[in-house]
Design a protein around this ligand. Structure first.
Ligand code: OGA
Ligand code: NI
Length: 351
C-alpha cells in the first residue's frame, strides 16, 4: 500500500483551486496519458429510443439495426427520444454543480470510503497507481427502500427531489433499453429484466472534474470498462471529456445536448456472449473548464449468476461459448481491484 495519506483524503477540487500543477500521485504513467484523439467527425451512433418501439415497422426495423450495430461495434450510443424533459436534465446539472461548489467543510459531511456511498475521491490502492482527477458523489438510488438518505446531501435543498425524479425516468430508460437489447438477440423481451433479479440495484455516480493546469499528465477517470449490466450517462452539455477506445484508437465522445450516452457493461458483454461490447473508456480533463457528469449503473442482484444466454451458443454454427458462468458478486469483487490497476476484469470470465 502506498501512503500518500492526505492527498488521498483531499478533494481534487481543493488541489485544483490554486491552479497549481497536479501532485505526483495524480500523474498518470507515461503510456496512460491523454493522447491526440481521432478526429472522426461526430461518429458516435445516435439511436431514438422512441422509434425502437414505433408502430411504423420500417422506422422500427431501421432503428433496431442502428442499435445492433452500435452495440456491436462501439458498445455505446447516444440516446435521444428518451422521454426525459430538458428542464429536468438542466436541473440535474444545476444541483450537481451546486453541490460540488459547496464549501469543502459542507461537502465533507458526506465523505465516503472508496466504492461506498457518499462523497470523495479516488484512492490509491496500489503502489504506482495514479489517482483520478475527479471528485464523486456516489449514491444507491434503486431500489427505493434500500436508499441510505444519510448519504444524500440536503444541500442544495432540491437535490433529493430532483435526483428522485430523474431516477424514476432513468428506470424507464433502463427497461426500454434492456427490452430492445433482448429483442436484438431474439430473446424473450423480458429476458434481461428477469435476469437482473428483484434485488437489482442502481447506483448514481456524480462526477466532478475540476479544471487541471496539466491536462496532458492526468486522467479524469482512468481507462476502464463498467462492471455494470448497462450504464446510462448524462454527460456535460458543454464540455467534452469522455473518450472511447475504438479499433485501438481513442475517440472523443461529443454528445448532442440533452442526449444520454448508454453503454453496455461487462455483465452485458458476458450475457450476450460478446455480441454486445462493453466499451473501454476514460475521461480527460482540460485547463479551461470544469466538467460534470452523472452516471447511473444498473447492477444485477449479487446472488444472480451471469453467463451467456443458452440460445446464443451454438457450436455447430460457429458460436462457441466465450464466457464462463460466475456470480455477480464474485465478479464485482475482482472488478474493483482490477479497476484500480487499470486492468479489465472481463478477461477473467473468458473461457
Ligand atoms: C464512469 C464514467 C464518464 C464521464 O463514471 O464510469 O465512465 O463522462 N464516466 O464522466
Ligand atoms: Ni465508466
Amino acid at each position: 500500500m502506498a501512503s500518500y495519506g492526505v492527498v488521498g483524503n483531499m478533494f481534487v477540487q481543493e488541489l485544483a483551486r490554486d491552479g497549481q500543477d497536479p501532485p505526483l500521485p495524480y500523474i498518470a504513467k507515461e503510456d496512460d496519458r491523454p493522447t491526440n484523439v481521432s478526429s472522426l467527425a461526430s461518429p458516435i451512433p445516435v439511436v431514438d429510443l422512441e422509434l425502437l418501439f414505433s408502430s411504423d415497422g420500417d422506422s422500427q426495423t431501421s432503428e433496431m439495426d442502428k442499435l445492433r450495430s452500435a452495440l456491436h461495434s462501439w458498445g455505446l450510443f447516444q440516446a435521444i427520444g428518451h422521454g426525459i424533459p430538458s428542464s429536468l436534465i438542466d436541473d440535474v446539472g444545476k444541483i450537481a454543480r451546486e453541490f460540488f461548489h459547496l464549501p469543502t467543510e459542507e461537502r465533507k459531511k458526506y465523505s465516503k470510503a472508496v466504492w461506498t456511498e457518499g462523497n470523495g475521491t479516488d484512492e490509491i490502492v496500489l503502489e504506482g497507481q495514479a489517482i483520478d482527477w475527479n471528485d464523486q458523489l456516489y449514491l444507491l438510488v434503486l431500489p427505493e427502500d434500500e436508499r441510505d438518505l444519510s448519504c444524500w446531501p440536503e444541500n442544495p435543498s432540491s437535490l433529493r427531489e430532483i435526483l428522485n425524479e430523474y431516477t424514476k425516468k432513468i428506470k424507464v430508460v433502463i427497461e426500454v433499453t434492456l427490452k430492445a437489447m433482448a429483442k436484438l438477440l431474439d430473446l424473450e423481451e423480458d429476458y434481461f429484466i428477469k435476469q437482473i433479479g428483484d434485488k437489482a440495484t442502481t447506483f448514481a455516480r456524480f462526477n466532478y472534474y475540476p479544471r487541471c493546469s496539466r491536462p496532458d499528465l492526468v486522467l479524469g477517470i482512468k481507462s476502464h470498462s463498467d462492471g455494470s449490466r448497462i450504464t446510462i450517462l448524462l454527460p456535460d452539455k458543454l464540455v467534452d471529456g469522455l473518450e472511447v477506445l475504438k479499433d485501438g484508437q481513442w475517440v472523443n465522445v461529443h454528445a448532442i445536448p440533452y442526449a444520454l450516452i448508454i453503454n453496455a457493461g461487462d455483465q452485458m458483454e458476458i450475457m450476450s456472449n460478446g455480441i454486445f461490447k462493453s466499451p473501454v473508456h476514460r475521461v480527460v480533463t482540460n485547463s479551461e473548464k470544469e466538467r460534470i457528469s452523472l452516471a447511473m449503473f444498473l447492477i444485477a442482484d449479487g446472488e444472480k449468476e451471469i453467463e451467456p444466454a443458452d440460445q446464443l451458443i451454438n457450436e455447430d454454427k460457429g458460436q462457441p461459448r466465450l464466457y464462463k458462468k460466475l456470480k455477480v458478486k464474485e465478479y464485482l469483487e475482482v472488478f474493483y481491484q482490477n479497476f484500480m490497476q487499470g486492468k479489465r476484469s472481463i478477461d477473467l470470465a473468458k473461457v
